[in-house]
Design a protein around this ligand. Structure first.
Ligand SMILES: N[C@@H](CCC(=O)N[C@@H](CS)C(=O)NCC(=O)O)C(=O)O
Length: 263
């Protein structure tokens, strides 16, 4: 195990951020003036095809599939490795500087929506789709939606980071986050053993949120070598749910969505 003795006061200049050295800073807020383009559609999406980003394109394509024209959208690419998320226009939509972000121009004043789960909920409620309205059904969807937003950072920021992105392979964090990631996979596998969708009999925004992370992991689409390392073959119910959802035309279109340049 490598030894690190923390200084009394931490300083960013002493920290090695590996692949993310160019973008990570310990401060929030905009770093430069930026004018984001806007298209003509009611919804403007500023995003990227990451697990959090695809939640939004899949949801919008599901709404399109249901024939909802008011869910038409322009999709712009925020290149996070180039730091587009720190420009003034993006920060005005999401002060947290993370994709995805939505600007709803069908209302005056326009409504900004950030946090992928907040965007899913906003769209589900706006169009009254993919979310039950009875209190018990709605609460179960929210249970799983909130579960996803709390759980996935252990997978992405924890397991994925230390297994895939960190400059060296460190046993302690890889063990810690693999343990938790496998516990989450086992939880989902046990849930899908007894129901077709995460909140019961119907496909909802909770499936979209969870599929975008755990389905993509089960498709071996996230981190090199992770499928074998996590023994994803052993989560058969999760895999069945993953494959079933992957066949939805809206999911396929959401994954293949075309992001327009902002510059
Ligand atoms: N909790 C947020 C997380 C969003 C997030 O972490 N987005 C990443 C890409 S998946 C990002 O924009 N990273 C850029 C950065 O950290 O500077 C959500 O669900 O929307």
């Amino acid at each position: 195990m490598s030894h690190y003795i923390p200084p009394k006061v931490w300083s960013a200049k002493d920290s090695d951020q590996g692949k993310f050295s160019g973008i990570n800073r310990p401060t929030a807020g905009s770093r430069f003036e930026q004018e984001l383009p806007q298209g003509k559609k009611p919804l403007q999406i500023y995003s990227l095809g990451t697990p959090n980003g695809i939640k939004v394109t899949i949801m919008l394509e599901e709404l399109r599939e249901l024939g909802i024209e008011a869910a038409d959208y322009d999709l712009f690419k925020i290149s996070i490795m180039d730091g587009d998320q720190f420009g003034s226009d993006f920060v005005a939509i999401n002060p947290n500087s993370k994709i995805p972000a939505l600007l709803d121009r069908s209302q005056e004043p326009n409504i900004r929506v950030f946090e992928s789960a907040s965007i899913l909920l906003y769209l589900a409620e706006k169009f009254d789709k993919l979310m039950p309205s009875d209190p018990a059904g709605r609460t179960e969807v929210l249970n799983w939606l909130f579960w996803q937003t709390g759980a996935a950072p252990f997978v992405g920021g924890g397991f994925g980071h230390f297994f895939n992105y960190a400059p060296e392979k460190l046993e302690y964090p890889i063990n810690r986050f693999t343990m938790e990631t496998k516990r989450q996979l086992d939880l989902l596998d046990k849930e899908f053993a007894r129901k077709p969708y995460i909140a019961g009999d119907d496909y909802t925004i909770a499936d979209i949120a969870i599929w975008s992370w755990y389905g993509r992991l089960a498709q071996d689409a996230l981190y090199d070598g992770a499928y074998e390392f996590l023994d994803l073959d052993s989560y058969s119910h999760l895999k069945e749910w993953t494959d079933h959802i992957a066949q939805r035309p809206a999911v396929q279109r959401g994954l293949a969505a075309d992001y327009k340049d902002i510059k």
